[in-house]
Design a binder for this molecule. Structure first.
Ligand code: EPU
Length: 420
């Protein structure tokens, strides 16, 4: 397993370009299953999760090619069941269920389990499929949805923590080929959901209200092929912005969409950052001393859970007490014990982490536990004195395209140690 060796203490300087959004491209790739015609997706990041989704589509019978940021898919004839182990390996692959159900009126995939960031139920996905008239059965580790016909209906998809991103995506993808009108209340408003709706509409779907909590989908008989360019990854942009502030650098982030990261930019400014919009992105640096801030993660347009760990790394460097409350995934604090190894002072109380920041961090060997936790450790390592070894960086390769290369380009002393 590869690891990163980071020699800390060098401020990041220069320009970095944001790749396409992982969490937009995964459901968009799944949506290509809705038509037998060819689809072309551009600005696709070269990530292990994306290659994985390509494998799943291939397994289902689609022809898939990936070259230089462009993915072409043609799903002439497909089967309705995902391979048990393939689907189980990546939680995001649950979003093949909606398109399979929409096109074939049957879908069978392995039931995704929980993961290190918390229990990850799919009850809301299933509630939506049932509202469209599907019969859902869970048996032998599989979840199976079947329907003679799908019929649009009004449904409420809010859960314990608010809306569900992939649940909204899944139900949308089934509803585009249902008869009549579907109205999803408490729909997820994330930019990735809007991007999926844009692609589906380009394929001939009739979706309005994407980006708002009420989404209306008027079913059509069939969809056709389409071309689409994926939105830039807002979490990747935020990660480089936080890293710029943490290392006391000055970084221009090309392709960053400030309108997708209002909550993060607001907190970063509160934490002592200066942020200027450029013609095609953002310039981020410190604006005087770091200041503590309190954060609660929420569905969009609130502060995203996917930037929580990275922000915590910054707070460990900030004199004073900062509090992070995690409202989306209850166990998403795996990075805390590893940040502590670098000298951070963090206490967990229920859903909150209390960070007593300002003590200098010093390098140590640490273990990446999930994608965003790994990004937090890389940020902390770059700000720490001495050498930090981040082990198990395959987690980071799932969601950040060439992060070590991009950071080196900004002057970071980060090296990938490849293990055979
Ligand atoms: N939830 C339910 N029932 C459901 C579905 C979700 O109770 O049927 C709950 C979850 O337990 C959680 C909350 O609703 O408390 C939100 O979960 P959501 O369904 O929105 O998460 P997701 O769609 O499975 C996507 C991203 C995650 C990101 C979350 C939240 C993809 C592939 N994944 O997951 O991304 O954290 O939305 O924004 O789009 C990451 O990129 O690191 C990552 C984990």
């Amino acid at each position: 397993m590869d690891s990163f060796l980071i020699k800390g203490g060098t401020p990041l300087h220069g320009t970095v370009a944001v790749s396409g959004a992982k969490n937009a491209v995964l459901p968009i790739m799944a949506a290509t299953l809705l038509t037998s015609e060819p689809c072309v997706i551009r600005r696709v990041p070269n990530l292990s999760d994306v290659r994985f989704m390509a494998q799943i589509l291939t397994w289902l019978g689609a022809e898939v090619s990936m070259k230089e940021g462009t993915v072409r898919v043609q799903a002439r004839k497909i089967r309705g069941a995902g391979d048990y182990d393939l689907v189980r390996k990546m939680r995001g692959s649950i979003c093949i269920m909606g398109p399979l159900l929409g096109r074939l009126k049957k879908a069978m995939v392995s039931l995704p389990g929980g993961c290190v960031i918390g229990a990850r139920p799919i009850n809301l996905h299933l509630k939506g499929f049932e509202a469209l008239g599907a019969k859902v059965v869970i048996e032998a580790g599989y979840v199976q949805a079947t329907a003679k016909r799908l019929v649009g209906s009004a449904m409420f998809l809010g859960g314990r923590s608010g809306s569900t991103v992939l649940g909204t995506a899944n139900v949308m993808m089934a509803a585009v080929l249902a008869e009549g009108v579907t109205v999803i209340e408490s729909a997820a408003c994330e930019p990735e959901v809007v991007d999926l709706a844009t692609f589906l509409n380009a394929m001939g779907a009739r979706i309005t209200g994407a980006g708002s909590p009420t989404m209306t989908i008027t079913g059509v008989k069939e969809l056709h092929g389409a071309e689409h360019e994926v939105i830039p990854d807002r979490i990747e942009a935020a990660t480089y912005a936080i890293a710029a502030v943490a290392t006391n650098g000055d970084v221009t982030i090309r392709g960053a969409r400030p309108d997708h990261i209002h909550a993060i930019l607001d907190k970063l400014k509160g934490a002592g950052a200066r942020i200027d919009c450029t013609s095609d992105g953002l310039q981020v640096r410190r604006n005087g001393k770091l200041k503590p801030v309190d954060i609660t993660t929420l569905p969009y347009s609130g502060f995203p859970t996917d930037a929580q760990a990275q922000m915590m790394a910054l707070m460990t460097l900030t004199p004073g007490i900062s509090i992070i409350t995690e409202r989306i995934f209850e166990s998403r604090f795996m990075h805390v014990s590893e940040l502590t190894r670098l000298g951070a002072d963090i206490e967990i109380e229920g859903p909150s982490a209390i960070i007593k920041g300002g003590k200098p961090l010093s390098g140590a060997p640490v273990m990446a536990s999930d994608l965003r936790a790994s990004a937090a450790l890389v940020i902390a390592g770059m700000a720490a004195k001495g050498t930090t070894q981040v082990n198990r960086v395959y987690h980071i390769d799932r969601g950040y395209e060439n992060i070590d290369g991009k950071l080196r380009q900004l002057g970071a002393r980060i090296e990938r140690i490849e293990e055979s």
